[in-house]
Ligand binder design. Sequence first.
Ligand code: 5CA
Length: 442
Amino acid sequence: MRLSRYFLPILKENPREAEIVSHRLMLRAGMIRQQAAGSFSWLPLGKRVLDKVCRIVREEQDRAGALEILMPTIQSADLWRESGRYEDYGKEMLRIKDRHERDMLFGPTNEEMVTEIFRSYVKSYKDLPLNLYHIQWKFRDEVRPRFGVMRSREFLMKDAYSFDLDYEGAKAAYNRMFVAYLRTFTRMGLQAIPMRADTGPIGGDLSHEFIILADTGESQVYCHRDFLDLAVPGEGTDFTNDSQIADIVKQWTTPYAATDEMHDEAAWDVIADRDRVSARGIEVGHIFHFGDKYSKPMGAKVAGPDGKEHFVSMGSYGIGPSRLIAAIIEASHDENGIIWPESVAPFDVGIINMKTGDAECDRVCEELFAALTAAGKEVLYDDTDQRPGGKFATADLIGLPWQVIVGPRGVAAGEVEIKNRRTGERETLPLAQAAQRFGAAR
Ligand code: 5CA
């Protein structure tokens, strides 16, 4: 992509409304545009990151055996009357009437709708286990939308829903999502700690929040230092092996970890001072087991091996991709801007032409741009006529992992400079090697 043809509305000044660094940097880097309280458009740079985050989420859901579907955002109130949540949900639910005066709502979550799908088709335990997920916009009329996409009213959610014959099956499904979550967040460069959590309006008796430690987090959390060194399960994890998956969950739930609502002072007191981590945290994922809370009132049942009918045992599993992007920035930035982990960076490499219009600089940049693109790299080529200082500032602000800097002096000597955004390390390389460095053939 050539920057001269791109839409990257960079802000020079710090927007006054942004209280935390991720919100400030997302606005300054031209990733998002606020449209109303707690509602944002995703501009090209932001959309690329959102897509990469969703792709990782999807890959790990699929690996764990979940199946992707897509349900509508607007739901019928009647479904929610069946579960009893239409009255209970309160002001956070955006209620709408259609032209026939029928009560509708903008979905804050999808337990009812997915249970309706399930009960319409699945009648036998032989079709279980089943886990259906989608990635879809949600609306919650939050009292205090704030911090940009961190707590917004309209936000993207990956929500998965598992159906099993009994508690044992449902626990195995819960465990698979638990392990998938560990892998998902690690792949985005985040250290997420699973903590016992309150179930709120979703309900149920077993629940974990996945928390990223950050000073700007909205929750107070408590955990054992051991979590900081636990190894995350690798790509080869066998999600069909229930006992292996249960062992991983056991390992990750044995040290103490709880959010404020679930905090247990007695258990906390026995942990040595040096092992205690009491910090602020950002909730990026939340998983629930709630048994027959929805299947019973909504009549979702299957015939079991005993020939009897059983209400299915369910769980739901949420991740907020839009919030995750803010969390990644909170965890990875410096005074000059964002530092993207390679897995979610909007582009892999930025090429900075320090003297656009200079025939040799232009030629070298074009060659590099072509070679890196051919090597499968996503490249943002700054071919604008801004001064070098401005280009460097933009490159640091948008945080691509690598910068290739092409200036007249280097080009005359047959060299370019490569900068690693994270470490700040710079290296001067002969032209031919620069492209090879990013995997291009000679
Ligand atoms: N149905 C369940 C799980 S599928 C559910 O709704 N869970 S939740 O309420 O905990 O939300 C799931 C995830 O969505 C949260 O962990 C968080 O990452 C994200 N999320 C929730 N509210 C917001 C919000 N206001 N803004 C941005 N992301 C949010």
